[in-house]
Design a protein. Sequence first.
Length: 159
Amino acid sequence: MSVSDLQNFPAYAAPTNMEPNGWTIVGLPTNFWAAPSAQIQEGLLLGQPAHVMFTPIGYHWDYGDSNTTSTPTSGSNWNNLNLAEFSNTTTSHTYATKGTYTVSLTIDYRADYSFGDQGWRPVEGIVTVPSAPFTVMAAKESTVLVAQDCNTNPRGPGC
């Protein structure tokens, strides 16, 4: 069984996120992450009713400025990572010049199939699914307004 046999079982694209939302500041990390999950699809496989489970195993980000990264995890928002805004993460990127960039993500899924009560069996190969691209505007700013200075609040934006 290989991925070419899975034509009746589409794996769906995962939602993507970034912070700050839709914009960033040149020279500061922008955080990107995806929200994939294992997917189980039902359909016909080799003419028989079957289930196929897709499990995300790899994430390939294209940041739109000729920089890319690949990670085994989907990333997360700064709050869930217990990080201050503009902190580096495994999926973050720092833009060097101002501009508008198109960011895209491609996720690799491992596939397993099941006929009736036979249990899950691996499918040979990887299923690659692109998510919808989105736009990021990078601006060059020299200051960030905060309620306190960095000495008073060292975890504030830009500190």
